[in-house]
Design a protein around this ligand. Sequence first.
Ligand code: PLP
Length: 294
Amino acid sequence: TLVYLDGEFVPKSKAVVSVFDHGFLYGDGIFEGIRCYGGNVFCLHEHIVRLYESAKSILLDIPLTIEEMEQAVVDTLQANGMADAYIRLIVSRGVGNLGLDPRSCARSSVIIITEALSLFPQAFYEQGLSIVTVPTRRNIPDALNPKIKSLNYLNNILVKMEAARAGVHEALMLNQDGYVCEGSGDNIFLVKNGKVITPPTYLGALEGITRNIVIELCAELGIPCEEKPFTRHDVYVADEVFLTGTAAEMIPVIDCDGRTIGNGQPGEMTQRLTEAFRGITHQRGTKVPELYTA
Ligand code: PLP
């Protein structure tokens, strides 16, 4: 595997960063998780735009233009000959001194890693996931806005650990007011009486690319969809629940906090939207020359 490290391709074993990098010292940086399907980098532009918005919000200068960054992702896939991959793009504040002040960091560092996909077991998609709600709250949009995909993922890691302790694979974060925000690394949708509902991101959630695609697919298919705050109760009494994310795509939820969702099986609407989603993963985005197979 070759890793893109500040404009160079280096072997995995040599792809190392300094202990003085503020990304390491303080979580001072941002990232993206992107997927390539059969040589099509799904929604590459949307991911890169979100990256640059995160950068702007934390006053981080990226030493590449948006176009150059998109090309760097394509080049990294080509260098590795990978048509199907999970791509992790990281921009850290770079090397500085031990103080918090990022002005000691001369240049931010850009890293692109492409990996073989490690997908959730197929059984999760067929049978659905059980999830729980956890004590860890989503950080409030007023502070470190969850719309910023920063390297500070401790909240999400705590949520993942709380899920594991409860014997399940994923959990929901609520905000300080008790409204449902999102999972540790995915957005949430409910289906109730034929309507698809997802929380507005201002409650405290990342504006997921997959989430936005699902909202678009609903519009295309004539399925009513709205962004509306909801609570745990609404999750328990929903007809269907599913999570969305780049790695997981769309995954049905069949149990939350011991309450069976609907009939305890992945729902029809979830299946319909999943099919529609899979229908565009090889089309929508940026093609990698030589790797794309229509
Ligand atoms: N929420 C969080 C906290 C995430 O880290 C992710 C993953 O990127 C998502 C939601 C899903 O977003 P996307 O669909 O862009 O992968």
